[in-house]
Ligand binder design. Sequence first.
Ligand SMILES: CC(C)(COP(=O)(O)OP(=O)(O)OC[C@H]1O[C@@H](n2cnc3c(N)ncnc32)[C@H](O)[C@@H]1OP(=O)(O)O)[C@@H](O)C(=O)NCCC(=O)NCCS
Length: 168
Amino acid sequence: MIPSIRYLDEFRTEDVFALFTDVYASGLMSADLGDQYACLDDFREKMQEVTARPGAIALAAEVDGKPAGYVTVIPRTAARLRHTADLNMGIASEHRGKGLGKALLDEALRRAAGGGVLEIVYLMVRADNLPAVRLYESAGFERLAVLERDIKAGADYFDGVLMRRFIP
Ligand SMILES: CC(C)(COP(=O)(O)OP(=O)(O)OC[C@H]1O[C@@H](n2cnc3c(N)ncnc32)[C@H](O)[C@@H]1OP(=O)(O)O)[C@@H](O)C(=O)NCCC(=O)NCCS
C-alpha cells in the first residue's frame, strides 16, 4: 500500500488521539498513554509544543480520511542537544504489516535529512518488539545498548534497546 502522508496537525486532534490510544493499547510502548497525557486537551497542548520546535517532524499516514499511523521526531530542547531528536511511531492495529510504518519512517528520515537541523535521531524500543526492531534496522538505525530490565509491567521485566541513526 502506498499511503498518502500528511502533516499530523492536518487531522482532527480527536482522531490523532484515538490513533495514539490504539497504538499504546498494544502494550509494546514503554509508557502508558495516560502517563504522558492527562486528557485530550493536555495531548493537544503538548503536541503543539513539541511539534513547534525547530526541526520537529510530525507526520501521519492517511487511510480513508483518517490517520492510520504516525511518526514524530522531536528535537531535544537544551541548546547543545538541539541537533538530536527522539523518534516515536506507531501504526493502528488494523493497518499493521501493510507498509505504512516503512513509508512513514522513510519519509520522516528524508525530511530530517532535508531539514538542516537534525544530525542524530535516537529511539528506545522494547527488545522483544521484533517488527519494530527489524523496521528500524532496515532503515539504518544501529543498536547502541541493551538496557536490561528497563521496563517493568506488573511482575514482568523487558529489556529496552537504545538505537541511533545519523542523519547525513
Ligand atoms: C512496529 C510498527 C511501527 C511497524 O509498522 P508496520 O506498518 O506494521 O510495518 P511495515 O508493514 O511497514 O513493515 C516494515 C518492516 O517492519 C518489519 N516488520 C513489520 N511487521 C513485522 C512482523 N510482524 N514481524 C517481523 N517484522 C516485521 C519488517 O522488517 C518489515 O519489512 P518487510 O516487509 O520488508 O519485511 C507497527 O507494527 C506498530 O505500530 N507496532 C506497535 C507500536 C510500536 O511497536 N511502535 C514502535 C515503538 S518503538
